[in-house]
Design a protein around this ligand. Structure first.
Ligand code: ADP
Length: 321
């Protein structure tokens, strides 16, 4: 009998999710699987809504941002009744393995579901936040970095012309991976991330020193997770000579056509995910470690905290002198 593999995209969308759906479908078909794509994240498993995915109907999506399966933050799934219903949906459709494309929250859901359904789950890390343990990079991160860098380059033109300081808020939820990489790539004068303590006095001192050096324009890249960025802008405006403006990049960072890098990673992760399923390995996550595609226990990817390289903050400081 043909084995059935399910795919679900869950949590925040990330550019490259479609490339992953396409690649999982085509690799799985090549190995003889039938593939079902569940709609709207975990909700599709609660409501038994899915579509059959074939190599043909996943054509033309590799360059599209978002996810054709849609995604949802679905609190109802976390109830014991929700997970039980999802397990019943999988059993009713003879799904033997489920590929979950999302972040660590989605992976926790997958573990819960696996323990109640016996279905083997594999997690493919896809989030612009890059905050999943066990992988150097997640699908979508490179695209989000490039989108933010492109926008901040434009903001810098105005910063220089008007000799203003711009505080630019970038996404990342509670972590600073996106802000740190973006900050280095735009040559930010200051990078503020939740993982490194900072103070208003320290930021003001750096900007004042820059002012004395004749560097009157500046970019401060702030991760959304650092706290009240509106207040930071207000206090900086009140306590410095500079004209300070706040710009929130917002959801533009989550959308758009995936970069080549995000598509490539999605394709390689997908191949590994199907390989893991074919080897009957249960509850694994896929990752990139030191340039190699690997698998690791899903529980580690779902629960362990990924370290951030704080040396990069020091480097950014040197590069901004
Ligand atoms: P991401 O996958 O991007 O980290 P979320 O943290 O929002 O996104 O998680 C996505 C979904 O996964 C949640 O809406 C919820 O339905 C499910 N989920 C998260 N944590 C758990 C958990 N501990 N048990 C069951 N489901 C969970």
């Amino acid at each position: 009998m043909t084995k059935t593999l399910g795919i679900v995209t869950s949590g925040g969308d990330a550019p490259g999710m479609n490339a992953a759906i396409r690649a999982v479908t085509r690799v799985a078909y090549a190995k003889g699987f039938c593939v079902l794509g569940f709609e709207r994240g975990w909700d599709g498993l609660l409501t038994n809504q899915f579509r059959k995915l074939t190599p043909r109907n996943v054509g033309g999506i590799i360059q599209q941002g978002g996810t054709i399966l849609r995604t949802l933050r679905c609190p109802g799934f976390e109830d014991p009744g929700g997970v039980k219903r999802a397990a019943e949906t999988l059993a009713a459709n003879d799904v033997e393995a489920l590929v979950v494309i999302g972040g660590d929250g989605s992976f926790r859901g997958a573990l819960d579901l696996s323990s109640k359904s016996g279905v083997s789950t594999v997690g493919i890390p896809a989030t612009i936040d890059n905050d999943v343990f066990g992988t150097d990079e997640t699908i979508g991160f490179d695209t989000a970095v490039n989108t933010a860098v492109g926008t901040i380059d434009k903001i810098r033109d105005t910063a220089i012309s008007h000799e203003r300081v711009f505080i630019v808020e970038v996404m990342g939820r509670k972590r600073g991976f996106l802000a740190l990489e973006v900050g280095i790539c735009v040559g930010a004068e200051v990078i503020l991330i939740p993982e490194k303590p900072w103070s208003l006095d320290q930021v003001i001192r750096i900007m004042e020193e820059n002012n004395q050096k004749g560097k009157r324009a500046g970019i401060i890249v702030a991760a959304e997770g650092i706290g009240d960025i509106n207040l930071l802008a207000k206090e900086m405006q009140g306590q410095t000579e500079s004209e300070v403006r706040l710009s929130t990049l917002g959801y533009a960072q989550r959308g758009g056509s995936p970069t080549a890098r995000s598509r490539f990673l999605a394709s390689l992760f997908a191949e590994k995910a199907v390989e893991v399923i074919c080897n009957d390995e249960n509850n694994k996550a896929i990752g990139l470690q030191d340039g190699k595609i690997v698998s690791l226990p899903l529980i580690d990817a779902a629960t362990k905290r990924k370290d951030i390289d704080l040396q990069l903050v020091n480097l950014a400081g040197i590069l901004a002198t």
